[in-house]
Design a protein around this ligand. Structure first.
Ligand code: GLN
Length: 309
């Protein structure tokens, strides 16, 4: 097997040279200001080592990668009852699409598209003020990464709140079907803030270790979720983590992963590693263009795949 200490810097150098970097997500004005030249990657191995290269310590907006945190928390809160309100099928549609909601009575296809994540957020709001729910999600990210310096970038949250008309439509539509318990603006407020959590590749890779290690933190041995739940979260990441690009990502990279429009991707090699990569330019499905390419190259170099021993 190739040596990660050599592979990652070489990959970062190769990615720095590329000019086909995609486009930053300027539908959220604050994200439109990010320098597309940035590239970072970090790998947290289950043996405790962390190897990083490029801008791995620079924080970025994790956006939809936070939907892994919220899904994990919501399953902890309501268990399988969650599946009465959210499906677990790939949507084959863009992350912010409304088209399936009418035919499917306001039940979003999966917890990783925007509609599904807004329902998951509504679950986390139950019994809490929005501020408390945001705090709970942030503390969970800090706990998983073992780093309490992680914060919510309030400017990004405000920027999305000011322009999130599609999300307002999704939330109102689901409310009309009776699939939101709280006022749409409350669920959306929490949703925008958890999407606006800022983390570095190193912090994000650390936060995914429990998924690479059967639901346990490999450093402490403490259980975060059961092994079965970890497997199921990974199954959803593989099938739905890249929206209408999920099939192509599985084909090219072959590991479960969750992307965000901030240009980050969290990928998991079960038993081996939690990987975070960041390059702000996106492809046509809203997934990091160079991030996907870097993960494809890394998986090939290390022979990492869930489809091979
Ligand atoms: N906050 C973003 C949105 O709602 C998240 C989308 C994403 O990362 N794919 O549009």
């Amino acid at each position: 097997m190739a040596d990660l200490e050599e592979v990652l810097p070489a990959l970062a150098a190769e990615m720095a040279e590329r000019t086909d970097r995609g486009d930053v997500a300027n539908y959220i004005p604050q994200l439109g200001k990010i320098d597309p030249q940035r590239f970072g990657i970090a790998v947290a191995l289950t043996d405790g080592r962390v190897v990083a290269a490029g801008d791995a310590d620079e924080t970025f907006s994790i956006q939809s990668i936070s939907k892994m945190f919220t899904l994990t928390l919501a399953l902890g809160k309501v268990g399988d009852a969650l599946w009465r309100r959210v499906g677990r099928e790939p949507s084959g549609n863009p992350f912010n699409s409304i088209v399936q909601l009418e035919n499917e009575q306001g039940i979003p296809r999966n917890p990783f598209i925007n509609a599904g994540a807004i329902v998951v957020t509504d679950v986390l709001l139950a019994g809490h003020q929005p501020r408390e729910a945001i705090g709970e999600i942030l503390r969970f990210a800090q706990f998983l990464a073992d780093d309490d310096t992680i914060i919510v970038d309030r400017e990004v949250a405000a920027s999305e709140q000011a322009t999130g008309f599609r999300n307002v439509a999704l939330a109102n539509y689901m409310k009309a079907f009776g699939n939101l318990q709280h006022a749409p603006e409350l669920a959306l407020g929490v949703y925008y803030h958890h999407c606006a959590i800022a983390m570095s590749c190193r912090q994000l890779a650390m936060s995914g270790r429990f998924l690479a290690h059967g639901g346990r933190n490999p450093a402490t041995g403490h259980s975060v979720v059961s092994a079965e739940r970890a497997r199921r979260i990974l199954a959803l990441m593989l099938t739905c983590g890249h929206y209408d690009g999920s099939g192509d990502f599985a084909f090219r990279v072959g590991i479960p992963a969750k992307s965000g429009v901030g240009g980050g991707i969290l990928g998991i090699v079960p038993g081996v590693a939690s990987i975070a990569v960041w390059s702000p330019g996106l492809n046509e499905n809203g997934n990091s263009r160079l991030g996907s390419i870097a993960l494809e190259k890394l998986a090939r170099a290390m022979n990492w795949s869930v489809f091979a021993p």
